[in-house]
Design a binder for this molecule. Structure first.
Ligand code: UFG
Length: 338
């Protein structure tokens, strides 16, 4: 199948692009490289034995997108491109609304003009907010507590409305829990710019000595060890979930929502311990105040994806820590060192 992948040079996008190429699909990546490196695609090409196509453009660039659709004629789109830092989104909300909503509008309109009827969208477990208790099922109430989360929630609603208006459109909304890990080759992985916001990249940089210690945001949550628990899912499993969704949409009409998670919560301290074991390096940490906006616990009920897609997460946290450690030690400065 010909698949156009927006944001395909990024963390989850690059792992999914690789999985698509490995399964024999043709891929065209559209990415403005605002938070990614072309080196990731070069390495994806190296691992797959063939390069994905690449257009350097913002997805809101209608002309560039039209040209890409006209020449590549995609049969499906996977829409990863977007801004994704919760804290930053409270500082520059308009950028988040403009980029995350605008890109989706441009993309859906281009799909309409170019006879492309299948889209898989990168959503987030953040849409479950604080409205119910985990494990979250897809039919739980949704909302959001910050501008980033609201863009994901709004795009989900846009996709539902557009799908209701167009019986030909096939939509798969994937709600990711907490993606971690890297490709087992150590060649591609997460390469955050600046100080990492997320737990695993931060821990990984402490282990290699790039940061002094981890700040654990609160140990007074109602969880077994008092630190927050999350559903950490290996990025290679997550990538496989996209292929399963595309496959499903090949024979099912309509609008579908699936959680991609493991169903098993792990605490901050469990992650620290797993990373110490995988790396053989002690991770110094200090418990500090809770981070505003954090919930105590978030984890999936992943049974719908298993039932409908035949997909489930196979890799453990230990695997993810070993893979992240390999990626981080072999690429201490991410793709910039290449
Ligand atoms: N944490 C720390 N110290 C850090 C970073 C994180 O203790 O330096 C803790 C957090 O308090 C939380 C856990 O580690 O308990 C995970 O935090 P992350 O920032 O890695 O992930 P979040 O669950 O906060 O957020 C992630 C994505 C969001 C998405 C959300 C959906 O980053 O984009 O999951 O649930 F919205």
């Amino acid at each position: 199948m010909r698949v156009l992948v927006t944001g395909g040079a990024g963390y989850i996008g690059s792992h999914t692009t690789l999985a698509l190429l490995e399964q024999g699909h043709e891929v065209l990546v559209v990415d403005d490289l605002s938070n990614s490196s072309p080196e990731s695609l070069r390495r994806v090409g190296e691992l797959a034995g063939r390069e994905p196509g690449f257009v350097e453009a913002n997805v809101r660039d209608e002309q560039a997108l039209d040209a890409a659709f006209a020449s590549f004629r995609p049969e499906a789109v996977i829409h990863f491109a977007g801004w994704k830092a919760v804290g930053e989104s409270t500082q520059i909300p308009l950028t988040y609304y403009r980029e995350n909503l605008g890109s989706t509008f441009t993309l859906l309109e281009a799909m309409g003009r170019h006879d492309c009827h299948t889209i898989v969208f990168s959503s987030s477990a953040t849409v479950y907010g604080e409205l119910s208790e985990p494990p979250f099922r897809e039919d739980a109430p949704t909302g959001a507590t910050n501008p980033y989360g609201r863009t994901k929630h709004m795009v989900e609603q846009v996709l539902a409305d557009v799908s209701a208006s167009d019986p030909e459109l096939r939509v798969g909304v994937l709600r990711y829990f907490n993606p971690i890990g890297a490709h087992a080759s150590g060649r591609i992985g997460e390469d955050p710019k600046g100080i990492p916001n997320n737990l695993l990249p931060f821990v990984a940089q402490v282990a290699t000595g790039r940061r002094e210690k981890l700040m654990v945001f609160g140990d007074d949550y109602p969880t077994p060890d008092g630190t927050g628990t999350r559903d950490y899912i290996h990025v290679v499993d997550l990538a496989a979930g996209h292929l399963a969704a595309l496959d499903y949409l090949g024979s099912h009409d309509g609008h579908h929502v699936w959680n991609l998670g493991t169903g098993r919560p792990a605490s901050v301290l469990e992650i620290v311990k797993a990373y110490q074991e995988a790396s053989g390096v002690a991770i110094p940490y200090e418990v500090v105040a809770r981070r505003p906006g954090d919930v105590a616990s978030s984890f999936a009920d992943p049974s719908l994806a298993e039932q409908e897609l035949g997909w489930r997460a196979e890799r453990s946290i230990a695997d993810a820590c070993a893979d992240t450690f390999r990626w981080q030690s072999e690429n201490p400065n991410g793709f910039a060192g290449a």
